[in-house]
Ligand binder design. Sequence first.
Ligand code: NAI
Ligand code: MG
Length: 387
Amino acid sequence: MVEPGGAPAPSESRPGEEGRTSTAGGGSAILARVPRTQQIGVIGGDGIGPEVVGAAREVVDVLARAHSLSLEWVEHDWSCRRYAETGAMMPDDALGTLAEHDAILLGAVGWPGVPDHVSLWGLLIPIRRAFRQYVNQRPMSVFEGVPSPLVGARPGEIDLVVVRENVEGEYSEIGGRMHRGLPEEMAVQESVFTRLGVSRIADHALELADQRRGLLTSATKSNGIIHTMPFWDEVVAERAAEHPDVTLESELVDALAAKLVLQPQHYDVIVASNLLGDILSDLTAAVAGGIGIAPSANLDPTGEHPSMFEPVHGSAPDIAGKGVANPVGALWSAVMLLDHLGHAEAAGVLMEAIRTSLRDPATRTRDLGGTASTADVTAALCRLVGA
Ligand code: NAI
Ligand code: MG
């Protein structure tokens, strides 16, 4: 099962969803299925990161007991605080440590005083790249009870997923600056688009569209960016030819941004390059009623490396420590994590609980016009998933 925008489970079964053990049984071996414990690395990060991830852990623990899932959390204190103390966001062997996990749950990193490029390039980007998390998947839905800034947006009508290329494109390290401080000072930043990179993101988006409404919209800017974007268009169209059941439309990103505000119900799956997808997915999160509920998954669809799940929002220093952060973005990310680990049924139960809690202002946080604290929402969700 795939929840609205949920991560499709990897096609090969994950290592050890179920292990086999033989129990000595008087000559005839009886094979009993013993679930292997799946290990989830947790990076709370900074600000509200640890608050929302703590909430997600609490709820998932109750859910795991109710569904007999064997999950183990392994906490890592990697953050801007660690950077301030040691000069590094994470230890030297961090990637090796994370590689042992079945999945990673991240809160948010970033704190005033630490430049954002330090937290990004010192933690997030190395993880995404080392683990070939080439898909960044961000679903959005308008839920009952969540006010959308769009006039006339009705719950259930808008339900789309942005699939963003996550490891190449415009976010490259190639380029440089010259003649600093002089009138002729210049900066050059190269974009990198490869056939492999564009093909695999297109394939993932096409497969997802196939499981959903069968419409794939590709964001482009081939009228202004005349080398990489026509290449993107060509490769996406080639891959789409292999999926006759999916309708492909290509839209210039500026027009697409406008249509996402005016006509969001049209869209199903949107595939975009790293930069365009970054921008479009913040727009869709805002259209759905707020960054506080938006989830994301950084996926290695091959299952070779752990995938990482994180709310879209940042560390929100303005509300950190006040107990009012909305945990839904982290919890919806946990839904995607559970789905990815092969626990579709439990994921569905959690998603339904989120939907229920959002309907009631008493179990909605203030950013959504409710009155609940983070702890109130967490307690309500624990009750719902434990029932
Ligand atoms: P932000 O998402 O942290 O906050 C933007 C606004 O939304 C703030 O007013 C905040 O209070 C509100 N908000 C965010 N999440 C919320 C939640 N769960 N519940 C209720 N309100 C919420 O973005 P901002 O302020 O631009 O960035 C703050 C720091 O976070 C920066 O250092 C930035 O680099 C970092 N950041 C990290 C990300 C990551 O770890 N993936 C993503 C985005 C930002
Ligand atoms: Mg962003």
